[in-house]
Design a protein around this ligand. Sequence first.
Ligand code: ATP
Length: 314
Amino acid sequence: MTELAPPVIATLDLTKSYGRHQALFGVNLQVRAGEIFGFLGPNGAGKSTTIRILLDIIRRSGGGVEVFGLDPRTDGVRVRSRVGYLPGELAMTSRRPAREFLTYLGHLRGGVDPRRIEALAHRLDLDLSRPIRGLSKGNKQKVGLVQAFMHEPELLILDEPTSGLDPLLQQEFQEMVREVRAAGRTVFMSSHVLSEVQDLADRAAIIRDGRIVALEDMDALRERALRRMTMTFADSHTLSQEEFAALDNVREVTLDGTAVSCLVEGSPDALIKLAAQHTVLSLTSEEPDLEELFFTHYSNGTTEATEGQDQHAA
Ligand SMILES: Nc1ncnc2c1ncn2[C@@H]1O[C@H](COP(=O)(O)OP(=O)(O)OP(=O)(O)O)[C@@H](O)[C@H]1O
């Protein structure tokens, strides 16, 4: 993956109106080859609308769109042949067993090894012998995931992929997505919560009311994140609250007997080196809450998000 490689997905001032209702107001996105990109936003923000335009399921009102450098409006078939797509709303009414349905879809895509279908179904704990029609929402979602992954497409576009999956299966799904990235392929996935993508995505954008209001590199976000750390020491006499509070990236220090608790911004290296000057009995570190940081960072406006996009577009 290089900065100079053309983006796999690029939208430029993309707009969409449904009659008199405007759903997208100039959306600019750049998704790079080989990355996992999270597309976040509350209900009705415009996630599905954007995704459907990328696949030429619906037509844009204005602006530009390229997927693999192709315009979906004129090259929709070629674009779709290279994409695995999980729709946000699955209309699956077939009476056929899931295996037969997936095999049929595989034929439409030029043939898929049946062992691949079996393996994905096994990973997601999906019974392929049951008719699609009677499946629960969660099981239909699994069928949707198998069909999106089974032909090993260059680009996966997944609209709310984890909805209806229990936590164990969400982990399996995350593993599947990481494997796609490890193979150099690209994943664009929407969600309405950051927690679903924060451990997975390389970058994430937030769309709100049809506008991109944030674009973040997840590693950079983690570096800025606050994490609570608590240490207990063998001896309280040698400890002072001030020595911990004096560290640049440490705040809200409390000393309670032999326990020191504080918030650390970014790397805990200096804190750990200071702690190591005493006898440490235990150390716990909570995972930072990126959600709050992500949403508060841009609460003063959208300037930074726009600047960030311009950099990425450059
Ligand atoms: N076919 C349609 N006709 C009219 N308005 C629509 C249509 N589809 C979507 N909208 C409207 O466009 C806006 C964006 O909807 P969209 O489905 O893209 O949002 P979303 O972010 O995917 O939300 P959700 O998570 O609820 O699916 C919403 O105000 C929605 O009501």
